[in-house]
Ligand binder design. Structure first.
Ligand SMILES: [Zn+2]
Length: 432
């Protein structure tokens, strides 16, 4: 098995730079699918689908489903790969303008579980969507935006003003995380400076902006690091690594007698309990609609589901070089040693021994290195969308991911090789 580690690293770095929030991540995934010949379907339309083709769905702008129907498809096994489009960050509140003396600041809340201090002293920008006035109350004009320029930063307090800083600092989410946006000039409107900036960016009147969902993100660009460039250091590796693997996997694979599906869900970082999250009926609706469009009934769909398989992909914890004692004594995961299969007796991961065996065989047959994860018995595992989605689609399933360090930092670290292994895994899974 030959791998092109440089290519997969480059592709991932570009994707992390573009995928600055769930909306831009979804947008980029759809752009790639469309470029690869997938056709967009609308969730609310009647579908006319053909065997041998690929389709995708834009679900509320931040979740994307895509499927490829085999040319010879006749009920056959359903294979699903799932990942999430969102990442922990700051979220701008309504009436965002605040001021301290001559400074203009932004009122934000925290989205998900970021390591707060990694957001200090970074160049920050804003991405998300804005809803504008229209002629139809039920159809506001919605625009996805990415300011791209670093317009904010959250400065640290100098060590001279807190000599205890290196003993650890607890940051207050309301007071300490407000990004600094500007120093007021005479002509600036202190009450509206950000909204005016936004209106100008959108080239609309201020009154036309009714509401927004805007996320603050780190504009640092991803890059290769290490003496042999063996690592990728980039914002949002959790979970753009998996989104890229899903998109590449479904584009590159072909399985004549089955249906391959990718489900890229929003809102994993806040528990998935949204209409576009994994804790919803979304998957069932979409699949039932698809089976109907192909001439099958609910019974056929249920059968396909029960014979099917779910690959839930999210990042895993690599062994920390300075905190090795935090990992399990016999199950340590090294970067560049292969994809990680996650399991836990608490079933915070969906995996069971039968599904692990299936995945191991796929890896072995395709020369994909893999390792197994278990949490320290006195620690707690993370969780992901696998078990949540699995409640609604009770198919056999496994949780996997690339091992990373600094999970939920505004900049994370992974091994270059593991991205190639993960991309290969999704493709091999879809073709097995
Ligand atoms: Zn994640």
């Amino acid at each position: 098995m030959s791998y092109n580690f440089d290519d997969t690293a480059k592709r991932l770095i570009v994707a992390t730079n573009i995928s600055t929030c769930a909306f831009t991540a979804a947008d980029e995934a759809m752009r790639q699918l469309e470029q690869a010949g997938f056709t967009e379907l609308k969730l609310s339309d009647e579908w006319f689908v053909e065997r041998g083709n690929g389709y995708f769905l834009n679900i509320y702008d931040s979740t994307v489903f895509a499927f490829k129907i085999g040319r010879e498809f006749d009920r056959g096994m359903l294979r699903v790969a799932a990942a999430h489009t969102d990442h922990p960050c700051m979220y701008i509140k309504p009436n965002p303008e605040m001021s301290t003396k001559g400074y203009g600041k932004i009122n934000v809340e925290v989205y998900g579980g970021p390591i707060l201090n990694t957001w200090l002293d970074r160049p920050l920008s804003v991405a998300g969507r804005v809803a504008l006035k229209s002629d139809n109350c039920f159809k506001p004009i919605v625009k996805i935006i990415d300011i791209k320029k670093p317009i904010f930063t959250i400065p640290n307090l100098a060590i001279h003003m807190n000599r205890e800083v290196n003993k650890g600092v607890e940051l207050n989410r309301q007071n300490d995380m407000a990004p600094l946006a500007t120093i007021f000039e005479e002509e600036m409107n202190k009450d509206n400076f950000f909204m005016e900036y936004l209106a100008k960016h959108l080239q609309v009147e201020l009154e036309d902006i009714l509401d927004f969902e805007l996320y603050v993100y780190n504009t640092d660009k991803g890059e290769r690091v290490g003496m042999n460039e063996e690592f990728i250091s980039a914002p949002r590796l959790d979970n753009i690594t998996s989104v890229v693997a899903c998109v590449q996997g479904i584009i590159k694979s072909s399985r004549e007698d089955g249906i391959n599906v990718i489900a890229l869900y929003d809102n994993e970082e806040i528990g998935s309990r949204t209409k576009q999250g994994a804790d919803s009926n979304l998957f069932g609706f979409v699949m039932e609609k698809l089976y109907n469009a192909l001439g099958y009934d609910r019974e056929d769909y249920i059968q396909a589901l029960l014979e099917g398989f779910l690959l839930s992909i999210d990042v895993a914890h690599a062994l920390h070089p300075n905190k090795a004692e935090k990992s399990d004594p016999t199950n340590t995961n090294m970067m560049n040693d292969g994809i990680v299969i996650k399991r836990a007796s608490s079933q915070t991961y969906v995996t069971d021994c039968e599904t692990i065996a299936m995945l191991e065989m796929i890896c072995q047959n395709n020369g994909i290195p893999y390792q197994k994860y278990a949490c320290r018995s006195d620690g707690t595992t993370g969780s992901t969308l696998g078990t949540i989605a699995n409640k609604y689609i009770p198919m056999r399933a496994v949780d996997v991911g690339v091992p990373i360090l600094a999970m939920h930092s505004s900049r994370e670290l992974m091994g270059v090789k593991d991205q190639a292994y993960m991309e290969k895994l999704v493709q091999a899974y879809f073709e097995a």
